[in-house]
Ligand binder design. Structure first.
Ligand SMILES: Nc1ncnc2c1ncn2[C@@H]1O[C@H](COP(=O)(O)OP(=O)(O)OP(=O)(O)O)[C@@H](O)[C@H]1O
Length: 504
């Protein structure tokens, strides 16, 4: 069979760091092929090579059976290869319609794109994915999920023959994921080939016809769902490198049910409102309890977390900690009270990208912890090395620049920063976005351990699976209000969807 795309023995290193040592990959026409692997296994590097953004050190690429040597992204686009980037490629200062049309001028005969034509194209492209944003909004003003959708719209508007999606659903809610999947199936029926990179195994088993797995920069296996069952147990061992019996705990194993009724109320939120965003939100969290914020994306979950962590001012309402009213005017005041936020946008809010892992991990300890004595360099190194181990950072090198880490490993640093500070209340804003399945399990184990030591957790996760597996209670947020509360065994996919869509 001749493949639409074939990659043989691709190798790529960055300053001595081997990202790909032997990547092999094939893609058939009109199929959706998953690309899976742990954080840092080389998926994005591979995707960037086949979309012409970087060149391999060695290896061969074939398109329709003929060898190609991509020298630029532009060349890949001419060959009808488009990529949806994990770290979005949009220009924040430009508008939605300008971003969609960016680079299109060169595809027109005179190198000029008429404004009216460009606006129409952009409008049509947005409608294709049912994206409800204005053509004239600046990208910097958009919510993360809208930015992600726009990135997808932009790639689709090029009518590619090969579409590469690098973690396209990481910031999307389930309804948006459904629309995307519908579109991908349509593309497949129109003989478009799709490479789909995701850490959400249920997405891979649901949408892909086949998958290829990378481990440490090498292709280690393939599963063809046309001949093999859509079973996560075939996939996870390929990612982790552990045999099935070493790894037979399901990633969705549910937190055992326990009652918190007798535990002390740590956080009490009473009639919290924020103009045009939140309306009379009230809830309590008890010591050691993990409470989820569910609902469709962008219903006010993020605003609740931002107000409690001092990044956003409330319009009215009360917040009590241990039965005492507190006034949180900035993030420093939240931290003083033991409230820590793990932010959603790691690039923007969570990291000093141009500093190394050591600086990023030690910063909160040095700058924020009220210590009587300064830590010695030796103690700092010990602390950082312990955190690197806990978060299984790859590579486990404190000197590595954070901007040179893979996306998932950057997120591990964001979480690692706060673990050493003994929080009282941990606010998590989609903490495992882009984190691989094994690390995600380890991180939730750390969060469960913290909760068993009495830390109270408020978790927003865009993936319902994470709420189901890890929460004692889930509050459903709809149009800025808490409209439902689901507890224990009642926290299941069916209930979460029904309550989020208000169809109960
Ligand atoms: N520009 C760069 N400079 C230095 N090292 C890099 C660079 N880009 C990638 N790497 C390294 O190459 C390896 C592979 O990274 P890559 O981003 O391809 O992994 P990935 O499988 O996509 O991971 P994730 O699932 O976390 O996104 C990692 O060790 C990463 O740190």
């Amino acid at each position: 069979m001749s493949f639409i795309l074939e990659a043989r023995n691709i190798k790529k290193s960055f300053d001595g760091v081997v990202a790909l040592s032997d990547a092999n990959f094939t893609l058939n026409q009109g199929e959706i092929c998953g690309l899976v692997g742990a954080n840092g296994s080389g998926k994005t590097t591979f995707a960037r090579i086949i979309s012409g953004l970087i060149r391999p050190d060695s290896g061969r690429l074939y398109l329709y059976g003929s060898q190609i040597h991509l020298k630029s992204h532009h060349e890949a686009e001419k060959l009808e290869i488009s990529m949806v980037h994990q770290n979005l490629s949009l220009i924040p200062e430009m508008t939605v319609w300008e971003n969609i049309n960016l680079g299109r001028e060169s595809a027109t005969p005179l190198g000029i794109l008429k404004k009216e034509e460009a606006l129409n194209r952009a409008e049509e492209a947005l409608q294709e994915l049912k994206v409800n944003i204005s053509l004239y909004d600046r990208v910097s003003q958009l919510a993360p999920s809208d930015k992600q959708l726009l990135e997808i719209v932009k790639a689709l508007s090029r009518s590619p023959k090969i579409l590469i999606l690098d973690e396209p659903t990481a910031s999307l809610g389930f309804k948006q994921v459904e629309i995307l999947f519908e579109k991908l199936n349509q593309l497949k029926n129109n003989r478009v080939s799709v490479i789909f990179i995701s850490h959400r195994i249920w997405e891979i088993t649901r949408i892909c016809d086949r998958l290829v797995a990378f481990r440490n920069g090498k292709t280690v296996g393939e599963v063809d769902f046309r001949q093999q069952p859509r079973d996560e147990r075939l996939i996870i061992p390929l990612i982790t490198g552990k045999k099935e019996n070493e790894d037979d705990k399901s990633i969705h194993e549910k937190r055992p049910y326990q009652s918190f009724d007798t535990h002390q109320i740590v956080l009490e939120v009473d009639n919290l409102s924020k103009k045009e965003k939140l309306y009379n939100v009230s809830f309590k969290i008890r010591e050691g309890e993990i409470v989820g914020l569910g609902g469709l994306n962008g219903q006010g979950q993020e605003e609740i977390l931002l107000i409690l962590s001092g990044y956003l001012r409330k319009t009215s309402g009360k917040v009590k900690i241990n039965n005492q009213e507190v006034f949180i005017k900035n993030s420093g005041q939240a931290i003083e009270r033991g409230i820590f936020l793990v932010p959603g946008d790691r690039q923007k809010e969570g990291l000093f990208l141009n500093h190394n892992v050591f600086t990023n991990l030690i910063y909160p300890q040095v700058a924020l912890k009220q210590q009587r004595f300064l830590l010695s360099l030796k103690e700092m190194r010990q602390a950082v090395n312990a955190t690197i181990k806990t978060i299984s950072l790859i590579p486990p090198d404190p000197r590595k620049l954070v901007s040179h880490l893979s996306g998932g490993n950057q997120q591990k640093v964001v979480i690692g920063k706060w673990l050493s500070l003994s929080p009282k209340i941990l606010l998590l804003n989609d903490p495992t976005k882009g984190v691989d399945v094994e690390t995600r399990r380890n991180l939730y184990k750390i969060i469960a351990d913290l909760s068993s030591q009495g830390v109270s957790v408020l978790l927003y996760a865009s993936d319902n699976e994470e709420l189901i597996a890890n929460c004692d209670r889930v509050l459903i947020v709809f149009e800025g209000q808490i409209v439902e509360e689901i507890c224990g065994e009642g926290i299941c996919e069916e209930n979460l969807i029904a309550c989020s869509l208000r169809i109960q």
